[in-house]
Design a protein around this ligand. Structure first.
Ligand SMILES: Nc1ncnc2c1ncn2[C@@H]1O[C@H](COP(=O)(O)OP(=O)(O)OP(=O)(O)O)[C@@H](O)[C@H]1O
Ligand SMILES: [Mg+2]
Ligand SMILES: [Zn+2]
Length: 509
């Protein structure tokens, strides 16, 4: 007897539909045969299914049963097929009614005693179920929480096989999960606050400009000047993500099997700070079946590369395309996927290998070729994509001994939120949220300069030998600075401030 249900497999961050079918009563050896290009983890599924069926008090007749995962040409991975396969086996052997089986998208990993475990991509599966106009999804409790962010469908969180069987046989009723279980409290990060950062007014200002417009930032300074300290505090002034942004973030984390992000509640954006030994694949994503790397895990948040020249040059070069496009395309034999990777890029570095070039108190011991070699690790095209270059000088002892607290993260965050609101209204008809991602077609209308200011910019371009890319990036930063003081027009002082943030373009040593 034939039975079927609906499930899904992940490709990148998206769920693709997979139909699960079982046919019992066939001639041949009395065993279950799995077909339809399943990978090793899917094949192991049968052992888990057998064990949970027998531990749940179910038995299979001594006939051959074929289980098919369709479409056959789609590569399927993971353990999420355990539950739909077990249910199809039960339905094809008349231990489970067919009526409800087809109304849901079903996925879940089974433990040997029939308990259900977290699977990757629960949220993307719920999105798929909604697109397919299904009644809802049945997922392990741990995965159902994220799936419940999708409204308009029923989301059931189940803890073991017997519970699902009783529900589908309509012996017990279950309550659909509501998204209200999420924490929406605004908890301050107790570890970090901008009020601990003493002095460095220019650095603080540059960080605020960058965060307001979502611009990329490079901090250059001697050891101990507070580069890492300030960067780690950037998440405390980022505005909370919108529900749509939050859903995009969860989809990515869930696709890697990382449920930790959800635990932070609705208010925080990702802040990723990978170590400089990271590989290309670790950074941009990859694997046999392409999956998200650090730049996608930083989507809608911040990617921070501390000690930028320590990263392999090849690793830094792969950042160029995603920095421009806000997404990354990975091709593998299993298929081509495009993953979202729209992040604010923050990096820090010393001015030279010894760290003290330009420092008034310590003398630099580096030769010019050593400095050039160090700087050349960051290619021109990468530097070109960093909108603000800011120098953080060593802090004077008198400043360190000043016990007066600086402005707190809470106060800065409020200003950032006001500025982001202006941008949200500006781009309300587009998918973008910040000036940094303003499309070229918008630059003329949103970044209009007076004739005199145009001359100022032309002069700066010639003096600093800036590229066409730097030109449009300066305009976008100027727009942000104007937004920060709620000015409709970009005035001279806004433009000049944006130009002076390009100081590494002109200074090779
Ligand atoms: N502006 C500052 N206000 C208060 N403390 C500071 C400041 N700058 C540095 N410090 C103190 O110095 C420590 C080291 O700073 P931090 O790690 O940010 O330096 P860095 O610029 O990243 O140096 P490196 O180039 O060696 O990585 C901080 O943990 C903090 O205690
Ligand atoms: Mg540091
Ligand atoms: Zn030096």
């Amino acid at each position: 007897m034939l039975s079927s249900t609906n499930s899904a497999t992940l490709l990148g961050v998206s769920a693709l539909p997979v139909a699960v079918e079982a046919n019992s009563g066939e001639r041949g050896d009395p065993r279950v045969v799995l077909v339809g290009l399943p990978d090793a983890t899917v094949k192991e599924s049968l052992d888990r299914v057998h064990s949970s069926l027998s531990n749940g008090g179910f038995s299979l007749p001594r006939t051959r049963i074929t289980v098919n995962l369709a479409p056959a040409d789609l590569r399927k991975e993971g353990s999420a097929f355990d539950l739909p396969v077990a249910l199809c086996l039960l339905a094809s052997t008349k231990q489970l009614g067919h009526d409800l089986l087809n109304e849901f998208l079903i996925a879940g990993e089974l433990g040997l005693s029939g308990e259900l475990r977290y699977i990757k991509g629960g949220l993307s599966m719920a999105v798929l179920a909604k697109q397919q106009k299904r009644r809802g999804v049945i997922l392990p409790v741990a995965s159902a929480k994220e799936a419940s962010l999708v409204d308009g469908i029923e989301v059931y969180g189940v803890s073991n096989l017997s519970q699902v069987v009783d529900f589908l046989n309509q012996k017990v009723a279950l309550d659909a999960i509501r998204p209200s279980i999420f924490s929406t409290k605004t908890e301050k990060d107790p570890l970090y606050d901008f009020n601990e950062v003493k002095g460095q007014p220019k650095l603080r200002r540059a960080v605020e400009v960058a965060v307001c417009g979502g611009h990329n930032l490079l901090i250059v300074g001697p050891p101990g000047s507070g580069k890492s300290m300030v960067s780690k505090r950037i998440p405390t002034i980022l505005p909370s993500p919108s529900m749509d942004e939050y859903i995009e973030i969860i989809k990515i984390y869930s696709s890697t099997g990382d449920a930790s992000y959800m635990a932070n509640g609705l208010n925080s954006r990702p802040f990723r700070a990978p170590h400089h030994t990271i590989s290309d694949v670790g950074l941009i994503g990859g694997g046999t079946i392409p999956g998200a790397g650090e730049i996608s895990l930083a989507h809608n948040g911040v990617l921070f590369l501390d000690e930028l020249p320590e990263f392999k040059r090849s690793v830094l070069e792969v950042l160029r395309q995603p920095l421009e496009d806000g997404e990354v395309t990975i091709s593998r034999s299993a298929g081509k996927v495009t993953l979202p990777s729209s992040f604010m890029f923050v990096a820090s570095m010393n001015p030279c290998p010894c760290g003290y070039l330009g420092d008034p108190k310590n003398s630099c011991r580096c030769s010019i070729p050593q400095i050039q070699k160090y700087r050349s690790k960051i290619s021109g095209p990468l530097l070109d994509r960093i909108d603000l270059h800011i120098e953080a000088p060593a802090l004077a002892v008198t400043e360190l001994q000043n016990f007066k607290k600086s402005e707190s993260s809470e106060v800065i965050k409020r200003r950032v939120e006001i500025c982001r609101e202006i941008q949200r209204e500006r781009f309300s008809k587009l998918k973008i949220k910040t000036n940094a991602f303003m499309p070229d077609s918008w630059i003329e209308k949103a970044c209009l300069l007076s004739d005199e200011n145009k001359q100022v910019l032309v002069h700066a371009m010639n003096q600093l030998s800036l590229s066409a890319r730097a030109y449009t990036r300066i305009l976008k930063v100027s727009r942000t600075i104007a937004d920060m003081c709620n000015s409709v027009n970009i005035e001279r002082n806004h433009l000049l401030e944006a130009i002076q943030y390009r100081n590494l373009d002109r200074k090779i040593i």
